[in-house]
Design a protein around this ligand. Sequence first.
Ligand SMILES: Cc1cc2nc3c(=O)[nH]c(=O)nc-3n(C[C@H](O)[C@H](O)[C@H](O)COP(=O)(O)OP(=O)(O)OC[C@H]3O[C@@H](n4cnc5c(N)ncnc54)[C@H](O)[C@@H]3O)c2cc1C
Length: 438
Amino acid sequence: MPRKRIIIAGGGLAGLSCAWHLQRSNIDCHIFEKEKEPGGLCRSKDINSFTFDYDGHLLHFRHAYAFNLIKGLLGKNLAEHQRSAWICSFGRYTRYPFQANLYGLPLPIIKECLVGFIRASKNGKHSAGKDGDFLSWINNTFGRGIARYFMVPYNSKFWTLPPQKITCAWLDGFIPVPSLQEVVDGTIEENKRQFGYSAQFWYPKKGGVSLVPLSLAASIKNIHTQREITGIDIYNRQVEIAFRHREKYDYLITTLPLPQMVSLIKEIPFKVKRLFGKLKWNSIFNLNLGIEKKDYSGRHWIYFPQKEFCFFRVGFFHNFSDYVCPEGKSALYAEVSYSKQKPIDKKMIVSKIRKDLDEAGILAAKDRVCAEDVNDIEYGYPIYDKNYQRARSEIIEYLRQYDIFTCGRYGSWKYMSMEDALLDGKNVAERQIAPLIC
Ligand SMILES: Cc1cc2nc3c(=O)[nH]c(=O)nc-3n(C[C@H](O)[C@H](O)[C@H](O)COP(=O)(O)OP(=O)(O)OC[C@H]3O[C@@H](n4cnc5c(N)ncnc54)[C@H](O)[C@@H]3O)c2cc1C
């Protein structure tokens, strides 16, 4: 059988993992990546002796395979942490998750949340189908108090849409659901138990999160960087690189954001074009700051459900690793969510973040900032609204007719963690491509 030519569009974690697993099966492929360095969203950069990630990126593992793969690559350079996550509301900090740690909130709020949770437990309508709306799931699972004071404001801010406009298809265990006993325990004192998939996390001791993709890339052949894919000719099976050069393929694996495919593929039928128009996402404006002051809180990150703060989360790089920031200083990131339906003023947002950090008692106006870095992440999280399922699956089906395989968080257009992106790359390599070759 003649050799098949396989092209992977994009050298983020999913593309790298796909190439790594293909290579392990003795299948050659070529990665075309538009940036100078592979890694995609999991890159890091050094600025004034601070190592910043493109927003906070922590490793959580649910699958032994992914853990062993990363452990094998990073060895002793991988450190485990017990999460210290908090919520800022009603002018105070309480432990995450809100629903299991009402302790410390004003008494009338605790009462409303607890009564609501008891009522919801009695109703026993916990589970919602994947297509059920997220607001009903919140109310049925946690009751009206927890919905009102955390779940609805936080999720509306994060998704930039009210939860009744989102389905539950993305949930997949991301939101911890404590028992009634655990909620009661958490009103009397801080809950001893840690909840949810992020209770532990891993992070490289040195080098920032980019150590993960860079270690993977080290043994992969044929990674072509600074090669932006500017067009795809599905009839002649060719990708166009930087508007001039053309590369032939038999199979194309794309990790590029799915909505971008509509402008890359020439002559796309109108019916399919309309499906692309139904895809929605939020974007994340990320501000990283290096600060001339030590922080002793030990906190990893804090959620901000209330409207008064423009960010939904603030995290602290220096508590992930001792090597990401110079001795005696600290480093933080703030994340603001926005979208077409809820835009932000990009000229004003940095000063607004600084003002709100001051308001939250995190960074006083007088504190000296010695490094600043902005990352405007256009494709943040795919939004699972009522059109999501149909539009996504029909687009993917259309692409498959032309031997285009989708992979990764943005290629497959799914809410995926780094671990999921790695496993998706493996899955596409071993279950979809390898059987066509071998
Ligand atoms: C704000 C934020 C915070 C996150 N935090 C975490 C976390 O703490 N823990 C966790 O596990 N996960 C986290 N994630 C998810 C994680 O970033 C992703 O799951 C993972 O990075 C996805 O990898 P990918 O390869 O699918 O996509 P990407 O990393 O986006 O890779 C796609 C690649 O394609 C390249 N590309 C794009 N267009 C072109 C083109 N035209 N031609 C050539 N190349 C192109 C890009 O440069 C990029 O390298 C977070 C995501 C976001 C948005």
